[in-house]
Design a binder for this molecule. Sequence first.
Ligand SMILES: Cc1cc2nc3c(=O)[nH]c(=O)nc-3n(C[C@H](O)[C@H](O)[C@H](O)COP(=O)(O)OP(=O)(O)OC[C@H]3O[C@@H](n4cnc5c(N)ncnc54)[C@H](O)[C@@H]3O)c2cc1C
Ligand code: FES
Length: 258
Amino acid sequence: MENEYRPHTLKMSKMTEETPDVYTIEMDSKNEGRAGQFYMLSVPGVGEAPISVASGFGRNLIFTIRDVGSVTSKLKNLQFVGIRGPYGTGWPWKEYDEVIGVAGGIGIPPIRSLLEEMMDSGRQQDLEVMYGARTPSDLVYKKDFGDWTKSINLQITVDRANAEWNGNVGFVPALLRKAHLSRMAAVFVIGPPLMMINTVKEALKLGYREDRIFISLERRMECGIGVCGHCNIGEHYVCESGPIINYSRVRNDKELFL
Ligand SMILES: Cc1cc2nc3c(=O)[nH]c(=O)nc-3n(C[C@H](O)[C@H](O)[C@H](O)COP(=O)(O)OP(=O)(O)OC[C@H]3O[C@@H](n4cnc5c(N)ncnc54)[C@H](O)[C@@H]3O)c2cc1C
Ligand code: FES
């Protein structure tokens, strides 16, 4: 029987520095994961980390990673990356006529994947993307913004501007007011806990339906397949019920945003 924990190895074809602490790696292989799902990436002798797919299904497999520790600091220097997955739930965009993706910080990769999936299905007119970072130099995928704005309403904000920045300044939730799609749109939210809470509150205030709001949960993981119990939030294992989950299923969970 195949060992579910054993990673296979993929060749890395490209590495791009996005910001001082974020980089993108591209594999010489196709993505079999849906937008919102994640893979476990590993560095031999060091460990594994769950990382979301950043590309659309069937395109080259891409990950965008913030260097925060032992695994994420080393992945970019590898020629071959250990990988298993895809795991977890994806964004349920096919169930909705309109979708607004809202990303804060390093939450943007799964929204990039969503954008590519919807574009590949010819549904880019049904998507809007709101994205915020701390400063202009923390924005990831800057080189893609020009192309994206040709297809979708892309709104970007930074918490703190610099001299060159002439775009929106302020927190991401406020960007929801710039959405053109209807209040029946599904709202997909991913980012730091406070950003997600405030975005959900804003969405509800503006009249978006709670049962159409989805968030992405984050917890430390080990097995990634619902066996070890490391990633629970209340009754949910993030690796199985999530990371993408309907907000109404977790809204009363006090652990959720800790
Ligand atoms: C479903 C899922 C998808 C993810 N997708 C991405 C992605 O696309 N890009 C990306 O850059 N990161 C992503 N992450 C976060 C990433 O998995 C962690 O940053 C990574 O596991 C850290 O591993 P490390 O060995 O480099 O850090 P470690 O050396 O283990 O830890 C370094 C520091 O980071 C903290 N830390 C470690 N893991 C987490 C975590 N899960 N949440 C909060 N703090 C943590 C530790 O407490 C410590 O302070 C995702 C996490 C989950 C659960
Ligand atoms: S990581 Fe093991 S149960 Fe989720």
